[in-house]
Design a protein around this ligand. Structure first.
Ligand SMILES: Cc1cc2nc3c(=O)[nH]c(=O)nc-3n(C[C@H](O)[C@H](O)[C@H](O)COP(=O)(O)O)c2cc1C
Length: 194
């Protein structure tokens, strides 16, 4: 279900304000996932696409988060912009991006990052730094004369929100909160107590 225009406008305005305020890593967000047994994990990710459908990030699909998302395709996001005292919270279902989207984004990445995607067995135990560097050298050699293809274990996910909340910090501490929830295929907008 596409966002109402107001949601897109609020998110874009906040991102632009954070960039204008020189927020370090304005696209950084916390991503929370859960396993079927109820184990919760959170880590920082970079938001790579935002549109009327949702929020996209890219990663190793065999990583801890990839495994959790395979078991339980639901996530929560928290984007905090300290420089403008604003926060956006998101909750929703998660679906893989299309192969075309993943290929297009992977192709736009620097070659070093592309090699890294092959070399890093993200979230697995690594015996030594040397081993990682050895794997990087191996893949550099393997792809020396070609473009680096997207690894089969590297792709993106789109969080399709059923809840998005905009939090605007106020010096008075009486902050403004607007929550949009998807109810019976309609977006409902409510103001919340801070
Ligand atoms: C600022 C910042 C941005 C990050 N962006 C990404 C990202 O876009 N994709 C990614 O896979 N990991 C990213 N990471 C690393 C993740 O936080 C995490 O360590 C990694 O994805 C492994 O997570 P997992 O073991 O829970 O799967 C980033 C870390 C930081 C601090």
């Amino acid at each position: 279900m596409n966002f109402p225009t107001e949601v897109i406008e609020r998110f874009e305005q906040a991102m632009q304000a954070a960039e204008a305020a020189a927020e370090p890593e304005p696209t950084a967000m916390s991503l929370a996932t859960a396993s079927t047994s109820g184990t919760l994990s959170v880590r920082t990710m970079l938001l790579k696409d935002f549109d009327e459908k949702g929020f996209v990030f890219y990663t190793n699909t065999l990583s801890n988060k990839g495994q959790q998302l395979g078991q339980h395709p639901q996530a929560a996001l928290c984007v905090l912009w300290k420089s403008i005292f604003q926060q956006v919270l998101v909750e929703g279902k998660v679906e893989p991006v299309t192969d075309t989207e993943a290929d297009t984004y992977f192709a736009s990445r620097p070659r070093g990052s592309q090699i890294g995607a092959w070399a890093s067995m993200q979230s697995e135990v690594l015996d030594s730094r040397d081993r990682l560097e050895q794997r990087v050298a191996e893949f550099e050699q393997k792809f020396a004369s070609t473009d680096v293809p997207r690894p089969p274990h590297w792709s993106g996910y789109r969080v399709l929100p059923d809840m998005i909340e905009f939090w605007y910090g106020m010096e008075s501490r009486l902050h403004d909160r607007f929550r949009f929830t998807l109810q019976d295929n309609e977006w409902v907008r409510q103001r919340l107590y801070p």
